[in-house]
Design a protein around this ligand. Structure first.
Ligand code: UD1
Ligand code: MG
Length: 468
């Protein structure tokens, strides 16, 4: 029903957030891996918002940048002085003047607003209301505007500071979100004055003005969680907890096994395939996709990572942005993977760092293997072929390639042939020399490695220097 109608969403984000005692603007604080503003803008987008105006305070470049990052078409308006919610809305007057069918006014610090709630409000506009208010029954109404009804019809909203004792006893409160039919939005908004205790231009006065103009004002009720506003760090945490409950429930409903749901922390964009198992105490940062039948074991931390089908991660694994695990990969305890493709069936089960790398299908990365990706100036890649064996405690000094089927002996340092690099290798591996001599003397092991398809052996040296 709302599909044909154009919709301007005005997001008020000019709040200072002083009670959070933070240098960061309030709407840039995050819950479930996304900024408060990001949650609101996502809800707007999902509810079919065709135009978005974000009202910021002067100098709030970071807020404007976050809005543009999420919705590149968003218009940014600056409210020069903080003179009330109606004053803030009128900062976006130029956008309202473009004559959208629906105008939604949303606070940037109410991140739990759901797209379906916005859709219900838009449907009430499509049904002929000139103005729609989102109401809720507050457990404690203190501080909220009260919805004054007469004969079941909304006639006014009274702010707490201006309310009579009888009005303060009203339990139905203003959630803050208000919507206008486009054609009457500016005529109503421009009539709002500031004759009240705080001397502010109250958006809430729009209701009485609309009624006086003979326009219909409607109330849509929602649950209190939907309109939770954030002013303090405690409210940020409480609201985050409510969102986690919603996300866990959605994951459970989608068929994910969360062994102890209350210990798993999800991001709003975490995606799961079918029959995924998540053990207790796992944290999903933003940008994670876990495919069918994968198991994420306890105490793992994943962010910006893709976990392929039937892969096994953890316990105690860390997947950082750019970790791409293909199917049946095993990443075990105390293994960190960053910006690396681990091809099907490869394993790194213990105590490794794999960064800026490709690990070929079926390769086994032994305990303690480190890709030395940073030379103090720049990052370099390590490429390991298929079905290779990297012996325990090896250091792969990037840029370096290990060929298909290669065998790297335990404790090897595979480095570029640069004199200073080799020298550093020697001086830092005296312990390796002793260990290597001991191991070779007792087990007659011959470490071998291949590079660019050539096979090499190093019987006597405690380290190996590859050619670049
Ligand atoms: C507002 C409502 C109140 C409602 C409550 C719900 C008004 C007058 N009152 O009160 O009825 O019950 O929300 O939480 O609307 N803002 C600006 N510029 C301004 C003033 C505010 O951008 O000049 C922004 C704030 O950053 C915030 C939002 O508007 O995101 C609401 O302002 P706030 O001061 O929190 O209003 P409340 O007193 O909570
Ligand atoms: Mg408020």
């Amino acid at each position: 029903m709302t599909g044909q109608r154009t919709c301007l969403a005005i997001v008020l984000a000019a709040g200072e957030g002083t009670r959070m005692r933070s240098a960061r603007p309030k709407v840039l604080h995050a819950i479930a891996g996304r900024s408060l503003l990001g949650h609101v803008l996502d809800a707007v987008r999902e509810a079919g918002g065709t135009m978005t105006a974000v009202v910021v305070r002067p100098g709030a470049e970071a807020v404007a940048a976050e809005a543009k990052r999420i919705l590149p078409d968003a218009d940014i308006f600056v409210q020069a002085e903080r003179r009330g919610t109606a004053h803030a809305v009128l900062a976006a007057k130029a956008a309202i003047a473009r004559a959208p069918d629906d105008v939604l006014v949303i606070f940037g610090d109410t991140p739990l607003i759901r797209p379906q709630t916005l859709t219900r409000i838009r449907e009430a506009l499509a049904d002929g209301a000139a103005l729609v208010v989102l109401g809720f029954r507050a457990k404690d109404p203190t501080g909220y505007g009260r919805l004054v009804l007469e004969g079941g019809e909304l006639v006014a909203i009274r702010e707490e500071a201006d309310a009579s004792p009888a009005e303060r006893a009203i339990g139905l409160c203003n959630g803050g979100l208000m919507a206008f039919a486009g054609p009457t939005a500016l005529p109503i908004l421009e009539r709002i004055g500031n004759d009240n205790r705080k001397g502010e231009y109250y958006l809430t006065d729009a209701v009485a003005i609309a009624r006086a103009m003979g326009c219909k004002a409607a109330v849509i009720e929602t649950e209190e969680d939907d309109v939770r506003g954030i002013n303090t760090n405690a409210q940020l945490a409480e609201t985050g907890a409510v969102l986690q409950q919603r996300l866990r429930q959605a994951a459970l409903d989608g068929g994910v096994t969360l062994v102890a749901p209350e210990t798993v922390f999800l991001s709003s964009d975490t995606k799961f395939g079918r029959d995924v198992v998540v053990e207790p105490f796992v944290v999903f940062g933003p940008g994670v996709m876990v495919e069918d039948n994968a198991v994420i074991r306890s105490f793992s931390h994943l962010e910006g990572a893709h976990v392929g089908k039937a892969a096994m991660v953890g316990p105690y694994a860390r997947l950082r942005p750019g970790a791409r695990l293909q199917e049946q990969v095993h990443i075990g305890n105390f293994v960190e993977v960053k910006e690396a493709v681990i091809e099907a069936g490869a394993k790194a089960n213990h105590l490794s760092y794999i960064g800026d790398a490709t690990v070929g299908a079926g390769t086994n990365v032994g305990a303690g293997t480190i890709t030395c990706n940073y030379d103090g100036v720049a990052k370099h890649r390590t490429e390991i072929g298929k079905n290779a064996f990297i012996g325990s405690n090896s250091a792969l000094v990037a840029p370096v390639k290990i060929g298909d089927g290669a065998y790297v002996g335990s404790g090897s340092v595979i480095a570029r042939q640069k004199r200073h690099a080799c020298k550093m290798t020697r001086t830092t591996s005296m312990l390796g020399l002793i260990l290597r001599s001991y191991v070779m003397a007792h087990f007659a092991l011959v470490p071998r490695y291949t590079r660019h398809g050539r096979s090499c052996a190093s019987r006597w040296w405690p380290f190996t220097c590859a050619e670049s």
